[in-house]
Ligand binder design. Sequence first.
Ligand code: HEC
Length: 465
Amino acid sequence: MNHLHCRTAWPLALILCALAASIGGCRDDDGDDGVAQDASSSGADTTDGGGDVPRFWQDVAPIYYEQCVGCHRAGGVAPFVLDDYATAKIWANASATAVAQRTMPPWLATDDGTCGSFVGSRALPESSIDTIVAWADGGAPEGTVRDDLVLPEVDRLEDAVELESPAFAPVAVGTDDAATDEYRCFVLDPAVGPDAVMTGYEVVPGNDALVHHVLVFDLDPTLVVQGGQTNAEVLAALDAASPDREGWPCFGAAGDGTEPSGVPVSWAPGQGVTRYPAGTGYRIPEGSVLVAQIHYNLASVAGDAPPVRTTVRARFTDAVEREGFFDLPDPFLDSLFEGEPAVLAPGEEAVEYTWELAVDDLLGGVLPGLELHGVLPHMHGYGRSLRFDVVHADGSEQCGIDVPRWDFDWQLYYFYAEPIRLGPGDRVRVTCTYDTRKATAAVLPGWGTGNEMCLLGAFMVPVTE
Ligand code: HEC
């Protein structure tokens, strides 16, 4: 697939991709999902007589200013700008392909009314996609220059506390599945003081080109985990294994064998500020350890990477109306500790794994219900699609999130416009699909790059009536 190839190593590959695209070589013409082709053929109709071709400043720029330039601007996280006609024209075909395949803007959840409705959704309406495709197919005309479009203000989190990673110089690990990457975990400094309720966060990566995602877990250091050790003992052993470098290797969570309580921060470039739903927050108990998992991608770095210090800016308060909690259910991963672990057959284009959990297990016979406010779909490199449904006690089903094209680089938490109510007798069902054609042996669950997960992080708030 040309398209995937175009994304692997920017900026060089992107420049080549743009050049190829400008001569028509970067479109996905194998029609494997039909989207690009349908869209471009409808675009072709509008070129009849030439008069109907959308123009950059009149038709496309308003979409770009709203949906793209938050990242594709001078100093933004994307490798080229889209607020300037000359550059946008060079990228016209690549942009048409990216929007038609819904790989840009980065937003993995289907959002066309068939499954959930999300806060801050970046999914483009079909009509915007048609406009961009028709513009590219029609030769990307400029139209009449205008200067009334303004770049959106950069949002900052007010009253934030800064939690820092050490300055760390990542190196490419060099294995097949992490050829140009390093995944490293660090304890954040300073430790969060007495009980504090987190209500929002943003991340200052320190180096936009290197830092691909950041997850922050909170752990109870005294919790006894698999093998009879405490979280603190497991963390100390992980840290001690590489005394010459800060932190420890980790991929799926806070490090092999640790058991986090929650994942209050999940961040990918361009995300901006995340504020938890109004009136809610997440209590981090006194004594908790905050561990950041940072994914460094070194594809764009020639030679040694410079040290990078990443800052998590978090907002805390003493109390909120309704405290929520993060859960990290993954029965696929749990099967590792249950005798025969579940495995994924190698060499197959689509291997499915489905799990179900009873909501009653979360209610503990005490709570009348829960409001599900947000979800974090999470798989590794073999992951292909993920779908979550609620099977209500009355048998009706409600789609919670549908990720048709998983992309590990975009670890996003999706908050609902309206929370999903979970009550007694309801069940949560998650189906993960993997492409294991590159695997030579059965794929085991686990936290490593070569292992898989089928996790659905969930932010929930108890309801009292
Ligand atoms: C949240 C930030 C963000 C937004 C919003 C965004 N992009 Fe991107 N875009 C990126 C980054 C970062 C890259 C570099 C490749 C990568 O990491 O995926 C990129 C790469 C691209 C590429 C190169 C090829 C590819 O698909 O990777 C195209 C084309 C593109 N973006 C078009 C767009 C268009 C058009 C929009 C708006 C409709 C848009 N992008 C919105 C961040 C963003």
